[in-house]
Design a protein around this ligand. Structure first.
Ligand code: GDG
Length: 473
């Protein structure tokens, strides 16, 4: 079996239970996938050095070897806070109003991708499969090809791929998308993002796409497909059954004092639709006087990307909005929103999900959304809660038995909460069973297997090929 080299922006050391924090979905999913594989995970350490040295720090933890490098401050500003999080993240989440275009960002992005390529190069053996992740590292495959790497290289995009008409607002968009063609396999979370990519290829690059997923542009042919990511179902079941989860569950139930808990768990990010969610919940309180005092919204939102201005702004407006709603509706013995800016351990989260009658997950746009799947996995089969899910989350394509809502519509959110509260147990069980089956079957192992198999099958290993330079792009 070939080795697997995973490359992503950050390599997150698994955190000990009880130590909370906004560990992103990517980190959670990859540690789980790599645990079983003989491989290596390469990326930024998260540390900032005075100058970039390319010195690699190797660590081995729970069966996963990580290899990390420090970046210098300018790299972090231009590549990470700049191009990745101020240009690509908003654009790819359809927020061209928030996307910032700055040449220094684009320069920093190219530079860091080159630095990654130079640094990881000596670690690559001829038979290795290379799997590159996410919007931070789109050009890395092409950078490795330029340095003579002929291995099979796959790329997986964890976030949406924007429609062509939005993509063209990015300066030098062709270059970025063309660099994707250096990969052998390009994976998206859903058919929808795949279609946006195919549409771009046909409209802007004059390429054509076959029904088996092969994409042709000039003399390049690559495979593009939908590979929806899942959760580590087994691991999450263990978390749900743990003593920590039981304590957290009981603590929340006790403090709920007979009221229904509605739960939301999201990194504090404008793409997660928190403002719109609070407004929808406010509408519910306005329209359903009889329910006031009977429910509360527990919103867990650990801050992320604090150095980016739009994240400060969203934080301020949520502080203000939650305060206003609480001021407007609270009674001496009831607060409508418990808004918590702190992270929790996975066992705590599992217990909170299980104690909550409703999971309210309403991103404005989301590649997948693992919280929705975790909420489903945590439920009591005899008395499950109801998932209210944005139709604009990738997860909505798999979790069709959730109450699907338009996250921009206050009425939609309000009506769904009302419906969820009143939903009979039989219907809750029926919907939950269907969703749980999908979450269990299409888990993180299924996701990894499907992607890696596609990569393995994309062409014969590099060392057995002779004179095929033309295919290396
Ligand atoms: C990106 C894409 C895609 C959150 N708060 C705490 C905590 N979390 C964990 C959740 C979940 C993960 O973080 C969040 O994953 P999401 O999928 O919801 O969102 P992103 O971070 O935006 O992830 C997304 C994902 O990549 C994977 O491809 O699904 O669309 O945007 O696992 O539980 N974990 C702990 N404490 C917290 O307070 N321990």
């Amino acid at each position: 079996m070939s080795r697997l080299i995973v490359i992503s922006n950050r390599v997150a050391a698994p955190r000990p239970e009880g130590e909370g924090g906004a560990q992103g979905g990517l980190a959670v999913a990859l540690s789980a996938a790599l645990r079983e594989y003989r491989g290596l995970w390469f990326g930024w350490s998260g540390n900032v050095a005075t100058t970039f040295t390319g010195k690699i720090d190797f660590q081995r933890h729970e069966g996963v070897t990580s290899a990390t490098v420090d970046l210098e401050e300018q790299d972090v500003d231009e590549y990470y806070n700049g191009y990745a999080n101020r240009t690509l993240w908003p654009l790819f989440h359809y927020r061209i109003d928030l996307a910032e275009y700055d040449r220094s960002f684009a320069g920093g992005y190219e530079r860091v991708n080159e630095r990654f390529a130079e640094t990881v190069l000596p670690l690559i053996e001829p038979d290795d499969l290379i799997w590159i992740h996410d919007y931070h590292l789109i050009p890395l495959g092409a950078q490795l090809r330029e340095r003579g790497i002929r291995n099979r290289i796959g790329f997986f995009l964890h976030i949406p791929f924007p429609p062509s008409r939005l993509m063209v607002s990015l300066p030098f968009h062709e270059g970025l998308v063309l660099s994707l063609l250096a990969y052998d396999v390009i994976g998206f979370q859903t058919e929808e993002w795949l279609e946006s990519f195919q549409n771009y290829v046909e409209r802007e690059l004059g390429g054509h796409c076959e029904s088996d997923g092969t994409v042709h542009v000039g003399d390049r042919s690559v495979h593009a497909g939908a590979y929806p990511i899942g959760i580590d179902y087994k691991e999450f079941q263990q978390a749900v059954a743990s003593e920590g989860a039981r304590v957290a569950h009981d603590r929340l139930l006790k403090s709920a004092d007979g009221r229904h808990t509605i739960i939301g768990v999201d990194r504090l990010d404008y793409s997660k639709g928190l403002t719109e969610r609070f407004e929808g919940y406010r509408r519910f309180l306005e329209d359903n006087e009889d329910c006031r005092g009977e429910v509360f919204l527990l919103q867990i939102a650990p801050p992320s990307r604090g150095e980016v201005h739009t994240y400060e702004t969203i934080r301020e407006s949520l502080d203000e909005l939650s305060g206003r709603i609480n001021g407007e509706f609270a009674a001496v013995d009831w607060v409508p929103i418990r808004y918590v800016n702190q992270g929790y351990g996975r066992e705590d989260l599992a217990g909170f999900y299980r104690a909550a009658k409703i999971g309210l997950i309403t991103p404005l746009r989301d590649g997948m959304n693992l919280v929705a799947k975790e909420y489903v996995a945590a439920q009591d089969p005899e008395d499950p809660g109801v998932l209210i899910l944005s139709r604009f989350a990738g997860a909505a394509l798999q979790l069709k038995d959730a109450l699907l809502v338009n996250p921009y519509s206050k009425e939609d959110i309000s009506d769904a909460i009302r419906r969820a509260i009143a939903m009979p147990r039989e219907e809750r069980i029926h919907r939950w069973k269907a969703m749980n089956e999908v979450v269990k079957r299409e888990d993180v192992v299924w996701w990894r297997r499907r992607f890696v198999e596609a990569l393995e099958g994309s062409r014969p290993p590099a060392r057995r090929q002779a004179g095929d330079e033309g295919r290396q792009g």
